[in-house]
Design a protein around this ligand. Structure first.
Ligand code: ZN
Length: 161
C-alpha cells in the first residue's frame, strides 16, 4: 500500500548535513516508525514520503524551512550559574528542559560558560541546517485505532507498552 495519512511507516535512513557528515541514522536492525500525516516528523520528509511504498528508496534534500526552521539568535540567553542549583557540574553541550513564559516546553543547550554566566541556546540543534536524507521504506500499514488514539506507533520502532 502507498503511504497516506494515518499510515504507519517503518523505514531506515541516513541523515547527513551539507558537508556529508552523518548526523543521525536508523538501520534495519533498529528501524524508525511513525504515523504519517499527523506532524510526527518534519514536513519536508513527510511530503517526500507521501505515496511511496515498501522497498522504495529515495534521497531528499530538505531546507531548514521544511525541517527544524531557521536559527533565531533571540533564543540565546545568558543565565547566572546559581540558577543551575543541584547540577553537579555544568559543561558545554549539556541539555536542559525548560519552559518559555507561555509554558511551551523546549530544550536548551549550554554553549558557553564563563565568569559565573552560562550561555544557553534554545534553538533546535538542527535549526538552520539543510538535511540530506537517504531513506528506504521497509513497511507500510494502516495505523490501529489505538495507535491513532495514542498518537504514536506500537511495536518495533515505536512504543513497547
Ligand atoms: Zn501507546
Amino acid at each position: 500500500m502507498q503511504i497516506a495519512k494515518n499510515s504507519v511507516v517503518t523505514l531506515e535512513y541516513v541523515l547527513k548535513d551539507d558537508s556529508g557528515t552523518i548526523i543521525d541514522q536508523s538501520t534495519g536492525d533498529e528501524p524508525f516508525a511513525f504515523i504519517h500525516g499527523v506532524g510526527g516528523i518534519i514536513p519536508g520528509l513527510e511530503s517526500a514520503l507521501e505515496g511511496k511504498q515498501a522497498d522504495d528508496e529515495l534521497s531528499v534534500t530538505i531546507e531548514p524551512d521544511q525541517a527544524y526552521g531557521q536559527r533565531d539568535d533571540a533564543l540565546i540567553a545568558e543565565v547566572p550559574l546559581e540558577r543551575f542549583e543541584g547540577v553537579e557540574e555544568i559543561q558545554e553541550g549539556m541539555q536542559f528542559h525548560t519552559a518559555s513564559e507561555d509554558g511551551t516546553p523546549h530544550i536548551v543547550t549550554v554553549v558557553d560558560i564563563s565568569d559565573g554566566v552560562v550561555k544557553v541556546d534554545g534553538n533546535h540543534p538542527l535549526a538552520g541546517v539543510t538535511l540530506n536524507f537517504d531513506v528506504k521504506v521497509l513497511e507500510v500499514r494502516e495505523a490501529t485505532a489505538e495507535e491513532l488514539d495514542h498518537g504514536h506507533v506500537h511495536g518495533p520502532g515505536g512504543h513497547q507498552h
